[in-house]
Design a protein around this ligand. Structure first.
Ligand code: MRU
Length: 326
């Protein structure tokens, strides 16, 4: 079983995802500042997981010094701007701390972790029902246990549930610039014994057009009120290719990723990351050291291109989304 986070006896430990797949190194996060830094440098990443870890880190901080609550909540909320799960979890733990102090904050953080674990399982099963006939599935970035906490994940939970029901071939896109697909998804699938092939992101559209893919399944960092999906950069291109080929494009995410307060994808802040992430592959400089760079970490897939959104409450069309499937 893969675990990305441990929160036992008030001690917060995370697997350093920058070191995978070659090294499994655990970090202890002793304060909100250390957690915010781990989130910023993607040692901890994936929309649900950054929410879980930030919630736990706020509980750790409040136990050390209750007077730090508001400043720590602000710092954690601001660590990354795009995934709504981060602010959502911090706000929940902060509200619990204001009402009931450190013990209540810790209980709330543990509850968020447990809810996410339950959501992962339900998402996998609903998604596999929806895509029952699919035997060749393409995915992007990493959406497994590493991205979510608990077991399973979102899109990767759907893939695991499909694989449990019959033979499945997975095409994993490498996900430039930081290679979450190549480093993390391939590692998770290998550990689960699910066959996969790795492709460069630019190969996906051609392979889909050639008829080599039955469905595309991805996660999300934020889903706007109109059903627009914000996810790892490169996702939009896969959605266009799926639409052109007439295959399903399915988004798997917990309810905490739905953001009814944000009208459309255009209203979401898209994180721009450091230029050197693009100028390098791993430690190797691949271009001129001073070339200007664009490095948006996410893109917006319009709701029109999304076949269905799968949450822990089931599958539904992206239009007219309301929280909790109501
Ligand atoms: O920058 P990352 O690695 O945090 O981006 C992660 C993604 O884009 C995932 O697809 C998304 O968070 C969904 S994970 C269940």
């Amino acid at each position: 079983v893969i675990a990305a986070v441990r929160f036992e006896g008030g001690r917060l430990e995370v697997l350093d995802q920058t070191r995978l797949p070659h090294e499994e190194v655990w970090l202890t996060l002793g304060s909100a500042a250390e957690a915010a830094e781990a989130i910023r440098r993607l040692a901890v990443r994936g929309a649900p997981l950054i929410g879980v870890v930030a919630g736990c880190a706020l509980a750790v901080e409040v136990a050390l010094d209750p007077g730090r609550l508001e400043a720590a909540a602000l710092e954690l909320r601001g660590a990354r701007p795009t995934a709504v799960n981060l602010a959502w979890a911090v706000d929940r733990v902060a509200a619990a701390a204001r009402a009931g102090g450190a013990a209540a904050a810790r209980a709330e953080a543990e509850a968020i972790n447990a809810e996410q674990e339950a959501a992962n399982l339900a998402i996998g099963s609903y998604g596999a029902d929806l895509l029952a006939g699919a035997r060749r599935v393409l995915t992007h970035c990493n959406t497994g246990a590493l991205a979510c906490g608990g077991e399973g994940g979102t899109a990767l939970a759907v893939i695991a549930a499909l694989a449990a029901r019959g033979p499945l071939e997975v095409l994993a896109c490498e996900t430039r610039p930081l290679l979450q697909g190549a480093r993390l998804t391939v590692w998770e699938l290998a550990r689960a014994g699910i066959p996969c092939a790795l492709c460069v992101d630019g190969a996906a559209a051609g392979l889909i057009a050639r008829g080599e893919v039955d469905a595309v399944v991805v996660g999300a960092d934020r889903i706007a009120a109109n059903g627009d999906v914000v996810n790892k950069v490169g996702t939009y291109a896969h959605a266009l290719a799926a639409h052109a080929a007439g295959i399903p494009f399915v988004v798997a995410a917990p309810e905490s990723t739905l953001d009814p307060a944000t009208p459309t994808g255009a209203d979401v802040t898209i994180e721009e990351r450091a230029a050197d992430e693009v100028r390098h592959v791993g430690p190797t400089l691949t271009t001129l050291p001073d070339v200007p760079v664009r490095n948006p970490a996410f893109d917006v897939t319009p709701a029109d291109l999304v076949t269905a959104i799968v949450t822990e409450h089931g599958a539904r069309p992206p239009r007219g989304l309301t929280p909790n499937g109501v």
